[in-house]
Design a protein around this ligand. Sequence first.
Ligand SMILES: [Zn+2]
Length: 213
Amino acid sequence: MKSIKNEAAARCPNHCEPFDVEYWSFISAEQDPDLKTAILGGELNLVQCPECKTFFHHDGDLIYFDAPSELLVFVFSEKDRQREPELVARMHKDYNLIKNTLLKQLNMDYPPICVFGLEALKGVLQGEEEASYESEAVAASAAAAGLRVVRLKPSYAREHHFPFYVPAPEKDQTPNGYAVAASKVLKTGLQSKMLRNFLDQMSQDKALPPQVL
Ligand SMILES: [Zn+2]
């Protein structure tokens, strides 16, 4: 899926004449990882006023989509924050529409996230990066301890604050089996709040088995 640009009138913060800009309105991170880098660097949709030469971010609505990570983020304009209930309702409507048309072949079964402003989107992506680093450390420690590593369904892991990778039990594929495997890895001295949380949740009486890919 390709990323898409839109045209709009940009408004300079110094109240100069509005001017036409092209800006990214749909970002497919899988196809265009450089756009993800631009978000993290604060360069996405950065425009310059032709009148006073000031640089600013065009605050247009956009959708950020990373299919392998099961991450769909609707980014609304910062100034629309007070319209949140209305926009969240619209987001769910739009989501159902694109889920059944544009993205039908992906069989999406996870809900979108809604944020206001590019800075908030950057925060989501930074959180993702941190979770990925911690998940890789969990996978490495589990492998070093001689355990099998499985990948959790990304949207499930994100929702529950679990690592994207967890150690898997050899035979006992129950929540308790996963808890025992996680406990083995934590005993090696690995510091991971996400794996600790996974252990705690899998140890609960009514825990369901994790959603593994
Ligand atoms: Zn200006």
